[in-house]
Design a protein around this ligand. Structure first.
Ligand SMILES: Cc1cc2nc3c(=O)[nH]c(=O)nc-3n(C[C@H](O)[C@H](O)[C@H](O)COP(=O)(O)O)c2cc1C
Length: 410
């Protein structure tokens, strides 16, 4: 496995050394390219010592033509990985600007690209950056989504570089996933090839103040398993995920969100053309009526009352879409009591085609475990029992039922 690692100018540049080591431990041969600004944060000698290869920075400053060697290396590499990626390099990649070695390499590269962005929350949220991310995603570049948390600038929010282990895991998954995908696609039926499947996954997070929030125990595993299963069966997949610890699955359009409002907007804005919607996210039902601008102070021993307001009902909005046509809308019900009654009520009231009912009291099913057991309830009143199995197997069973509904066979 040969990886070309591009490092750009931000605080998280030192973490690229850990990424490099992690890739080497996994058996990869790594060559490094740095932008000039990256050398302000970590010196090329570190990467030269770790990789045992010369590091290219400028386009014209290598007397020994190491830069030309690197272009040759890029052609042989399995992946161009940019970690960390500044807002600046995203903009250059998106617009085809080739004014330094790394951006020139991106343009001359024909291998898969994986990008781990890092920047402060304002840079991340800026419409220019978001538009560049959309361009790069649509072009097929893969992303290791940034995390949420404290940033070097003192802000809290999305934009922190994903952890090095997560970046390494995403690379390994992509490279093995690509091989696996081509093997699987030869063997397994591509029965979702005509479908555009949108899946929501993970929890949503509702902020109380800059440091506190309300969320839930959803790990995102079921939604990610659904997304991977649909991808392997040939679907175009859009995964809209709240914060999770899971790496972004390869070959899937992945949109990261935090709050219910963000998830709602992401879903509604991308709904056109979606033929199957699977609401797997554990969406907050309520959020604080007000988000305090500053940290809420303790008021002695006095009790405190939080005022909550209902959040957007994403799945009901998708089901009520006037352009729904033949789109299948499937949901999940996680309950701790009178499960089937609640699930049946949700199915009817929200006008769903199918609902997967999970008993969250079980320790081997539901939130934050690898396995699941459930009952599928369908609009026509029929039920399908799904015995204990891993979430990926269950995802395939749910897709089977969705396909039966699509073909009018159930
Ligand atoms: C201390 C410091 C930290 C910075 N951190 C980031 C960052 O995390 N993300 C980012 O996009 N830019 C960051 N910048 C700004 C970039 O260094 C700047 O946009 C630069 O032009 C990027 O160049 P490059 O993309 O060629 O490496 C930082 C700048 C400074 C001085």
């Amino acid at each position: 496995m040969k990886i070309l690692l591009g490092v750009t100018g931000c605080i998280g540049a030192y973490k690229a050394a850990e990424v490099l080591r992690g890739l080497q431990k996994a058996g990869a041969q790594v060559r490094v390219v740095m932008t000039k600004h990256a050398t302000e944060f970590i010196c090329p000698a570190t990467f030269e010592a770790l990789s045992g290869e010369p590091v290219v920075v400028g386009m014209f400053d290598q007397a020994d033509h190491a830069s030309i060697d690197h272009i040759a290396a890029a052609r042989q590499a399995d992946l161009l990985l940019i970690a960390p990626a500044t807002a600046n390099i995203l903009a250059k990649f998106a617009h085809g600007i080739a004014d330094d070695f790394l951006s020139t390499l991106y343009l001359s590269n024909t291998n898969p690209v994986m990008i781990a962005p890092a920047m402060n929350v304002e840079m991340w949220n800026h419409p220019a950056t978001q538009a560049n991310l959309t361009t790069l995603r649509e072009r097929g570049d893969h992303f290791v989504e940034p995390g949420v948390g404290y940033q070097a600038c003192g802000e809290v929010g999305v934009g922190r570089l994903a952890e090095p282990e997560q970046i390494v895991a995403s690379v390994l998954k992509l490279l093995s996933g690509d091989n696996l995908k081509s093997q699987i696609s030869n063997l397994k039926s591509q029965d979702f090839a005509a479908q555009h499947v949108m899946i929501t996954a993970g929890p949503t997070v509702e902020d109380l103040d800059p440091v506190r929030f309300i969320t839930n125990r959803s790990s995102g595993r079921m939604g990610y398993a659904m997304a991977e299963a649909a991808r392997d069966r040939g679907a175009r997949v859009t995964l809209i995920s709240g914060p999770t610890r899971l790496p972004a699955p390869a070959g899937i359009e992945m949109i990261s969100v935090r709050s219910t409002r963000e998830m709602y907007d992401a879903v509604i804005n991308r709904l056109s053309g979606v033929t199957v919607f699977i609401g797997c996210a554990a969406v907050a039902d309520y959020r604080p009526a007000q988000r305090a601008e500053h940290k809420i102070k303790k008021q002695g021993r006095a009790k405190m009352t939080l005022e909550l307001e209902p959040t957007e009902d994403i799945i009901a909005a998708v089901a009520a879409d006037p352009n729904r046509n033949g789109r299948i809308v499937a949901g999940f019900a996680a309950e701790s009591q009178t499960l089937l009654n609640y699930a049946e009520k949700k199915l009817r009231e929200k006008n769903l085609d199918l609902i997967v009912a999970n008993d969250i009291k079980r320790t081997d099913a539901g939130f934050d475990v690898e396995t699941n057991t459930a009952t599928i309830l369908k609009r026509d009143g029929s039920q399908v029992e799904l015995p204990l199995q891993n979430k990926r197997q269950m995802a395939d069973r749910i897709l089977d039922e969705i396909l039966r509904l699509k073909s009018g066979d159930a």
